[in-house]
Unconditional design. Sequence first.
Length: 407
Amino acid sequence: MTRLTPPLSFFKSQWQFLLFGFLLAFFSSPGQTFFISLFSGQIRDELNLSHGEFGSIYAVGTLISAATLIPLGRLVDTIKLHRIALAIIIALALAAFHFSFVSSVFTLGLGIYFLRLSGQGMMSHLYATAITRRYVAERGRAYSIAVFGHPVSEFAMPIFVIAALAFMDWRQVWQVTALLVLVVMVPAALTLTGRRAGQDGGGVDSLDANETGRGGIHWTRREMLTHWRFWMLSGLIIAPSFTTTGMFFHQIYFAEVKSIALSQWVTGFGFFATMSIAGSFLGGYLVDKFTAARIAPLAVGAITIAVFMLYITKPGGMVFVYFSVFGLIQGLSHTAATPIWAELYGTKHLGGIKAIAQSMMVFASAMSPVILGLMIDQGMSLGALLMVLGALPVTSGILAAIATSNR
């Protein structure tokens, strides 16, 4: 087994590239469900939309972005990192700026499509692929540091939005967001993406260092799709996205049903972020020690526990317990599940392979809001909604455990 670099030494030698991964994760937030859903009330009021109607529009835009991601995702295998990063950053800023001018169902759908494609789709795909490709022996640790950007954004951005809404219109908040993306991320792409000593993985700039997958081969996308194991593992992508998206997208509804004040609910994000960070580092450690193939099925199955916690949550301290458990499991499952594709299929065609996984993730995130939104419109109980959200992770974890145990 390769001896790992001490944590402080690893961070000191790799901080530039790890910071770039962190920033990509952080600034994917304008395209993430938790951020967009913060404006759901204003959007539904202005366009006179029900929960189900808004969820359906969100689903259509997201589904089209998932389909677009499949061909675009392969670009990270062929284009230099800093160049494709700049293209994605500019696209996300333009999408956020467009969203500030939403005035109809059509412009809303178009805005959601571009936000989801550039933010949740390509920006998330880029950092996950770049980090897992650049590192082999310390892949889990590196990814856990980069993915740290998600919980930080999930804590900071809601506070930013609520504070900004006290001084400006919601449309202006989107314009400020677009400016922030450009001001921070363009310099980062130009200065933090270079290859440095200690990065033992491959990529466009080091094609001779590609890691093979199971069977000692470089799996192509076609080979992966025609092998039974991938379809058994697909729940590792679908379940976390479907369940956590549903919990975030309809969070205002859940808070109202539970009679929890919005101010207390938003405060819970601090606990979510803190425990998500802990979960990410725990996941990274476990992946490097035991491999993602062993850890990911358990981590994804544990998401069902977070759903159960939402069911029993009441106003008061239980809100913070719920967010803490949710954050811990979210961080653990995300960090554990992402490196599995490099382990099983190698890194030479990782961009194209992860594009499939990312598009499935986006697809699942599209279906969750509309399915739950229609259930809400039909007056179905909270228990029924959470049963749908909770059944998928545990089933997916079982199937994945069977698939990874078979060589």
